[in-house]
Design a protein around this ligand. Structure first.
Ligand code: BT5
Length: 273
């Protein structure tokens, strides 16, 4: 693995300020590892978790040389502009509820950004953080499982903070945005990260205490997908219908033209109307 272990002095991300600010977090951020450059925070987190590191360990990097999206895609991760982090969790939830972890993370990020920056972030099912129909960030959940249960989960969060259009390849320039693009000025990565870690802690505790229904209710309030006509792009098929709900496992329920219902567990959603 490149650059591992590779500690360097902090960039404008103040790891010390982050550690001090979240000292009351009981689970998330008990340990924070910072890398100036890393292959992928998720890849390193998966290795650490396999070696039995503590729940709540957070990996933060200033850039990724092999940032990952879902389904083998790439996450553009230029240096010093954005947030790239992964959180190791060991929730006692059944394997069938794995999608809830992505939903809980999306809700936490959207809620933190709404509160701190007063920006109306919406969530495109399942993992896209959207502002004005452009992608501000994404979540990649990877797990290791045993029969029927999750051994550990790595929640990867990529969030565009001070990214500019020129930093992106042309094919996604029109589809992506950043907090700087939306607000018109530079944004503190440190303060945004602190807000997100606190909100993740708060909502993770609610998930553990109240269960997944609470997460789904919150998710539905922030969803840009429900009620829309959608095209669902999966490996081998496309489906067209109306997204009407999220089921108790976090799957998207789509009503087809013949009024039958289809549950979608993965795929890319295009909002048609
Ligand atoms: C995601 O995948 O949205 C999950 C992204 C997770 C990234 C974080 S960064 C920290 C952690 N470590 C990792 O290695 N990954 C996680 P998906 O829904 O498949 O979206 C990927 C698509 O988003 C790409 O194919 C591009 O079209 C687009 N994209 C790539 N980089 C982007 C960026 N920086 N901003 C906006 N869109 C981007």
């Amino acid at each position: 693995m490149d650059n591992f272990p590779y500690y360097t002095k902090d960039s404008d991300l103040s790891i010390e300020k982050i550690r001090n600010s979240i000292s009351e977090n009981i689970i998330i951020g008990k340990e924070i590892l910072y890398f100036q450059s890393i292959t992928s925070t998720n890849t390193v987190a998966l290795e650490l978790a396999s070696n039995n590191c503590n729940e709540g360990t957070v990996i933060i990097a200033d850039m990724q040389t092999d940032g990952k999206g879902r389904l083998g895609r790439k996450w553009i991760s230029p240096i010093g502009k954005n947030l790239y982090m992964s959180i190791i969790l060991k929730p006692e939830i059944p394997l069938k509820d794995v999608q809830i972890l992505t939903l809980f993370s999306a809700v936490s990020c959207a809620s933190a950004i709404r509160k701190l920056h007063k920006i109306h972030v919406l969530i495109k099912w399942p993992n896209d953080l959207m502002v004005n129909n452009k992608k501000l960030g994404g979540i990649l959940t990877e797990i290791k499982n045993e029969p029927g249960r999750i051994s550990f989960a790595v929640i990867g969060i990529g969030l565009n903070i001070n990214l500019e259009r020129k930093d992106l390849p042309e094919d996604i320039r029109e589809k992506a945005t950043s907090l700087k693009e939306e607000l018109g000025s530079n944004v503190s990565r440190t303060d945004t990260l602190i807000a997100i870690l606190k909100e993740l802690e708060r909502i993770y505790n609610l998930l553990l205490r109240l269960g997944k229904t609470f997460i789904i209710e919150e998710y539905l309030k922030m969803s840009s997908t429900i009620g829309r006509d959608v095209k669902v792009i999966m490996n081998d098929t496309n489906i067209i219908g109306t997204a009407i709900d999220i089921d108790t496992n976090g799957m998207l329920i789509v009503k087809l033209a013949d009024n039958s219902l289809k549950k979608i567990s993965y795929g890319d959603i295009v909002h048609i109307r």
